[in-house]
Design a protein around this ligand. Structure first.
Ligand code: SF4
Ligand code: SF4
Length: 396
């Protein structure tokens, strides 16, 4: 009886805490969500079974299972639901939150959450080093706190684009492109904190709010007309979640920003390429936010390039496995699955006979490069961010 009351209060909490949470009541038990989930076959309770358990007042069973940590917040279930139930940001995040409160969190995820709280980024890097990637860029990248002047565009660089050694080369590529286009831009540098979106989807809503508040205060210190970001997770947070906390700024992903300037960019793309390129839609750019065409327009603008679609593309794209805390659950998920989602994706890229797997998210370059090392026949497949492809075509 006590359990049943707790169940009901949890069910009510999910219904109330989630935008459109009331839609959970509309579940048809069709199973689409569980069927499309890339790791649904490994979950003790994939989404449709979770709802069935909640309806049966068996929330206690959900808390006993740790297989919800196989959820990489890829949004596939949400996109496939005929009742338009916000499963990824609602039910899944709420149950993860309960597990976080109960201390049922894999160690590697806990470390990333602790780092985010302590250092403002999940990698545990010093905030003072956040702009180190820009050290050798000319003209100098403006760090807002140092230059103290208004800029047209504030570039929210993001965690992995700032710190990860492989991704820093992509970040430098984009800085060079912005300079070549004459964009008046600046970065927050040490004032920037993690966007917090993956932490939110991993069940740490309080941490998300703390990080959003820090970024909101940093935005408020400076004058700019719009924000761009390299990171689809930051894009999702600033576009859809920060406004709920009273932090509202116009934001574009860098592929949208550049695609709007294609008339200026096209004459600069002087180096022809004979490459066949396939493009991976990042979950939080494509499926969650509907940005499918701008990245493809940029790839197609490169002279000589042909674009080949993978079997799963656009809304039906496969996740790289890094979202919603997946970046910090590789060990846990490997133990359960003995397969990586990034390897599935690399196999699909190989099926297109592409030379290059193009990406537009800082999580993806290292994940797919690692996967290409283990997938048979993938040694020749190059993984490049669209910014790197454009810079090469510009010959800068
Ligand atoms: S968000 Fe993705 S991984 Fe998580 S339950 Fe839905 S389909 Fe599965
Ligand atoms: S796809 Fe939607 S309606 Fe169908 S079982 Fe899942 S939550 Fe219920």
């Amino acid at each position: 009886m006590i359990v049943a009351e707790a169940d009901r209060s949890f069910y009510d909490r999910v219904l109330q805490a989630t935008p459109e949470g009331e839609r959970l009541r509309l579940c048809l038990e069709c199973g689409n969500c569980s069927g499309i989930c890339p790791f649904g076959y490994l979950m003790a309770y994939p989404p449709s079974r979770m709802i069935a358990m909640l309806r049966a007042d068996r929330f206690d069973k959900l808390l006993e299972a740790d297989s919800i940590w196989m959820c990489v917040s890829c949004y596939a279930c949400t996109a496939a639901c005929p009742s338009k139930i916000p499963l990824t940001p609602g039910l899944m995040a709420s149950i993860k939150e309960e597990l976080v409160l109960a201390g049922n969190v894999p160690n590697e995820l806990q470390n990333a959450l602790t780092n985010s709280q302590r250092y403002g980024n999940p990698l545990g890097e010093s905030p003072r080093k956040r702009a180190d990637w820009a050290n050798r860029i000319a003209p100098e990248v403006k760090i807002m706190g140092k230059f103290k002047q208004p800029v047209d565009v504030l570039w929210f660089v993001g965690d992995y684009a700032s710190y990860h050694p492989r991704v820093q080369s992509t970040t430098r590529a984009l800085a060079r492109i912005l300079n070549a286009l004459g964009v008046d831009f600046g970065i927050l540098g040490p004032d920037e904190s993690s966007d917090g979106d993956s932490q939110r989807l991993a069940g740490e809503h309080g941490l998300f709010e703390m990080l959003a508040d820090k970024n909101g205060k940093a935005f408020g210190k400076y004058k700019f007309n719009q924000i761009i970001t390299t990171d689809p997770h930051a894009y999702n947070a600033i576009k859809n979640e920060y406004p709920k906390l009273g932090i509202s700024y116009p934001i574009q992903h860098y592929t949208e920003f550049l695609a709007e300037r294609l008339d200026q960019i096209k004459p600069m793309l002087k180096r022809e390429s004979k490459a066949k390129v396939t493009y991976h839609d990042p979950c939080y750019l494509g499926r969650a936010n509907g940005v499918f065409d701008p990245p493809r327009a940029l790839i197609k603008a490169i002279p000589g390039v042909t674009l080949a679609e993978m079997l799963h593309n656009h809304t039906n794209s496969l996740c790289c496995g890094g979202g919603g805390g997946g970046m910090w659950l590789d060990g846990f998920q490997w133990e359960k699955a003995h397969v990586r989602l990034s390897e599935w994706r690399v196999r699909e890229a190989l099926d297109t006979k592409a030379d290059i797997l193009a990406v537009a998210c800082p999580y993806e370059t290292p994940r797919f490069e690692d996967a290409a090392k283990t997938v048979e026949g993938a040694a020749q497949l190059k993984v490049k961010d669209i910014a790197e492809l454009l810079l090469e075509a510009m010959g800068i």
